[in-house]
Design a protein around this ligand. Structure first.
Ligand code: LMR
Length: 405
């Protein structure tokens, strides 16, 4: 009977969000969940998304029939070009198969499920320490044990590159290596392209299997090609790999769950046939889990990606979001330095993407919530998009206070 079911803890991320909503303090600041906010702390519907929505609503031929199991082809094909590059050798050689998923989470899950089923030699997935908390439970849920590689250096508040390389070299052959394609969550620290090259060498030598999670392409730097450089490089090196792709952040389509999973087979004369077999198995897995992916978000993305003018507008919207975040980084660092807050704050402008790993520890993160009604995750991560010109003074002062206590 259900009496044996133990109580599970609330999801820390969405629990924090719930607590923020319930807080009635007028100066409360939400820097918890990674979701873009405008300068008034409001969600932002991208103007290009509004346009695509208008186009769809005026299309007399749209119906609500099932999408194919692998999703809307005009969506997945453009999604693949976006993450791999339109001129990708893998696309030219027909060794990519793509499946529309329930955003990035669904893509990570489908990939994990597929690897659990078909890569029996694989014993473990290695994730960065720290990583997005959900990575751990998604892989555990499909029975793949999770191990960690060092990533964040507490000393430099930058990448622990030596630690990372050593761990990848010592991991058993054919391990799955989970990599954040850009804008690492939660640290905001990415390897440089030269460091990615060294990582690729180790992965190749050890026959590891790279698993990219790409949730911030274009959102991180405002430049779509810069933000997929690591994935493109790995493909150029002939590595077999998979990529989970989310359109939640870069299209502001959080709740619509538009995403894709891409499997890139390594170059070989029979790669197209291998890829077809992979696609057939992914279809079976998808069918048993969700049957067909949802239409709306993918239609919006497809409308934009398939139209040159809308695409250019989307890039403009991406720059609006990324540049506001970069401005907030500069402002926050300047304010903390002006206040003389103990410690160094250059890491705030060195990090990129949605998040800053402030260096605040767990007691400080809890204290700042209690005393100043500032909601950050307990690892000291803040969503930069939660800051704006109206609350940044208050936020900086609250950080200053809690660091001095
Ligand atoms: C985050 O890390 O805040 C976002 O990716 C939202 C989530 O699902 O945790």
């Amino acid at each position: 009977s259900a009496e044996v079911v133990p109580q599970a803890p609330e999801d820390p991320m969405f629990g924090l969000s719930r607590a923020f909503k319930a807080d009635e303090h007028p100066s409360k600041v939400d820097v918890s969940i990674g979701a873009y906010r405008d300068n008034n702390a409001k969600p932002w519907v991208l103007p290009v998304v509004k346009k695509a929505d208008e186009i769809l609503r005026n299309d007399p031929n749209l119906d609500h029939e099932y999408a194919p199991i692998a999703g809307i082809a005009s969506f997945t094909s453009k999604a693949a070009e976006l993450i791999l590059g339109a001129d990708s050798p893998a696309l030219k050689e027909k060794r990519v198969t793509s499946v529309q998923t329930i955003s990035g989470t669904g893509a990570v899950h489908l990939g994990a499920l597929f690897l659990a089923r078909f890569f029996p030699g694989t014993k473990k997935v290695y994730v960065s320490n720290p990583t997005w908390a959900n990575h751990n439970q998604i892989f555990s849920n499909v029975g793949i044990p999770v191990a960690q590689y060092p990533y964040f250096s507490k000393q430099t508040k930058g990448l622990d590159f030596d630690g990372m390389k050593a761990a990848l070299s010592e991991a058993p052959e054919r391990s799955i290596i989970l990599l954040h394609a850009c804008a690492h969550n939660p640290t905001g620290i990415d390897p440089t392209l030269d460091q990615w090259k060294e990582i690729a060498v180790i992965i190749k030598e050890k026959n590891h299997f790279p698993f990219f999670d790409s949730a911030y392409q274009g959102f991180a730097s405002g430049d779509l090609l810069k933000d997929n450089a690591a994935v493109r490089y790995f493909v150029e090196q002939g590595l077999e790999l998979v990529a989970a792709q989310s359109f939640a952040k870069n299209f502001g389509l959080y709740g619509e769950r538009a995403g894709a999973f891409h499997f890139v087979t390594s170059p070989a004369p029979d790669a197209p046939e291998t890829t077809t077999r992979v696609a057939s198995q992914l279809a079976i897995l998808q069918r048993s889990e969700i049957s067909n992916p949802p239409l709306y978000g993918a239609r919006i993305v497809s409308t934009v990606l398939n139209d040159a003018q809308l695409f250019a507008e989307w890039e403009e919207n991406l720059r609006t979001m990324s540049s506001r975040i970069i401005e907030m980084r500069k402002l926050l660092r300047a304010k903390l330095e002006e206040l003389g807050t103990p410690g160094t704050w250059n890491h705030i402008t060195n990090q990129i993407g949605m998040f800053s790993f402030t260096g605040l520890n767990e007691p400080q993160a809890l204290k700042i919530r209690e005393e100043a009604h500032v909601y950050m995750t307990k690892n000291g991560r803040i969503s930069m998009a939660g800051l704006n010109t109206n609350n940044i003074d208050y936020f900086a002062k609250a950080v200053d206070k809690v660091v001095r206590e």
